[in-house]
Design a protein around this ligand. Structure first.
Ligand code: SF4
Length: 219
């Protein structure tokens, strides 16, 4: 059994096997929401996303992407102000939408769910504002793809456990972990590490004396 498999088993014994919710948004909506969530809380990014939806919607209530692309950038920034970095995010969202329309002929990226997830990561990270975390979150949560997103918490825990080199960036950790995560476990292992980071292996004061992974940890 590999080290990652042992850790996965211990976490499953501790917290169970998280199941996916049914995906409830389209990949493009999910991508925009994930861009809005950069450097802010879920609450603020949802508020910004709903404000965007209210300001630029079509007759069916969904976002009218063309309206959003045609709108003055300052108007979009005003609408998404609650999500922070409003000027930067409004510029990036408009540029990404233009790229999608130019490359794929429509404001629709549903096709990414049928592609190899790592090919999608390589393709979409060519765009400013889309990092490996952003696109892998869309693939994992919206498409149900077998991909293991690495956020700041998972990056910290993987380094503490010695799964990756201590000097790795989050992006390097992402690529290394795609090889290490047990097959079929990308979603549950991701979710369990997130919970584990909240309740035990916290950023500032990890509760090592209560941790079931001390034998695996190099701290
Ligand atoms: S022993 Fe401490 S640092 Fe290591 S995984 Fe557990 S809580 Fe985190």
């Amino acid at each position: 059994m590999t080290k990652t498999e042992r850790i996965d088993h211990i976490l499953e014994r501790m917290m169970g096997i998280p199941q996916r919710d049914q995906a409830h948004s389209r990949p493009l909506e999910s991508l925009v929401l994930t861009i809005l969530s950069q450097n802010t809380t879920d609450t603020n990014s949802f508020k910004a996303f709903n404000a965007l939806k209210n300001a630029f919607h079509g007759a069916d209530g969904t976002i009218d992407w063309q309206q959003l692309v045609d709108a003055p950038r300052e108007d979009i920034a005003d609408v998404i102000r609650t999500g922070g970095l409003a000027n930067q995010k409004s510029e990036r969202i408009q540029n990404i939408l233009c790229w999608i329309k130019r490359e794929y002929g429509d404001y629709n990226i549903d096709f990414i769910c049928d592609m190899d997830p790592l090919d999608v990561v390589n393709l979409f990270t060519t765009q400013k504002g889309i990092g490996v975390k952003t696109i892998s979150v869309v693939l994992a949560f919206c498409c149900g793809a077998a991909i293991f997103p690495v956020d700041t918490h998972i990056h910290r825990i993987c380094r503490r456990l010695g799964l990756v080199d201590d000097k790795f960036t989050a992006e390097k950790t992402f690529w290394a972990m795609q090889e290490l995560v047990p097959k079929g476990k990308s979603f549950s292992f991701h979710m369990n590490l997130i919970y584990f980071g909240r309740i035990i292996c916290q950023a500032r004061k990890p509760l090592c004396e209560e941790c079931p992974l001390t034998d695996e940890c190099k701290r």
